[in-house]
Ligand binder design. Structure first.
Ligand code: C5P
Length: 225
């Protein structure tokens, strides 16, 4: 039997939203079903990779046959990714909340009848993609980020690739009228050092398979970590 192309390779995939608590019953999050990240983890597994799947609280059940690391917050996600290193590739598909609530409460905030409203204070979350993309030591050979854009998709995603130190950015057009958020299909543009490739609209599972096979082709040029 022929060996699978990602046999002996380790890939970290982040997926889903993060939840940033306000109090024990409330949180802030981005919209993310986790569908695309889950499909990517499954496609990498199907090519023989060992997959560390670091997921926030997503609707989509995680794939079988991968190591599932469940987290809530962006800080927990960053720590889980760090703990999963070394890796040959990292695919950061999570919709990480940009801010955490620094005055989160340990008990439920009540309407006290005084008319005074709670005020939330924010601090910036760690940018996991930028952190891993900029690692001097132990950086995965291939770092892939996502960009959800509503306008000037290629220009914004190309700038993001450089800013975040990613090798590739998978850009998707998330204007509400596309139906992509929470839907079964995706229309992506792959931004690499060589330019922008617009892929036809297809199922998220098909996007995942194509991306996994591109990852396998690229990792073939590197020794396993
Ligand atoms: O900056 P923006 O959120 O648009 O970038 C999206 C990309 O960066 C995605 O790959 C996402 O997983 C990653 N990201 C991250 N940590 C953050 C914010 C975004 O890894 N705090």
């Amino acid at each position: 039997a022929q060996e699978l192309p990602l046999a002996g390779r380790h890939v970290i995939v982040t997926s889903g939203p993060t939840h940033e608590p306000i109090d024990p019953v409330r949180y802030i999050a981005n919209r993310s079903s986790g569908a695309q990240g889950t499909a990517i983890a499954a496609a990498l597994r199907d090519l023989g990779a060992r997959v560390s799947f670091v997921t926030g609280p997503a609707e989509a059940p995680p794939p079988s046959g991968v190591e599932v690391i469940r987290v809530q917050t962006a800080r927990e996600m960053r720590e889980a990714v760090e703990a999963a290193l070394p890796a040959d590739a990292a695919v950061m598909a999570a919709a990480v909340a940009d801010w955490q609530v620094v005055n989160a409460r340990d008990s439920k905030i009540k309407k006290d009848g005084s008319g005074r409203l709670p005020v939330l204070e924010f601090a910036e979350n760690p940018d996991i993609l930028r952190w891993i993309g900029g690692l001097d030591e132990g950086r995965p050979d291939l770092v892939v980020g996502f960009a959800a854009e509503t306008d000037d998709v290629v220009a914004h995603a190309t700038a993001k690739r450089l800013k975040k130190g990613a090798d590739w950015i998978v850009a998707n057009d998330v204007r509400p009228e596309t139906g992509i958020m929470g839907g079964a299909e995706n229309a992506v543009t792959l931004i690499t050092g060589a330019g922008a490739e617009e892929w036809p609209r297809m199922d998220k599972s098909e996007v995942a398979r194509l991306l996994a096979s591109r990852i396998a082709d690229t990792l073939a040029e590197f020794l396993p970590s």
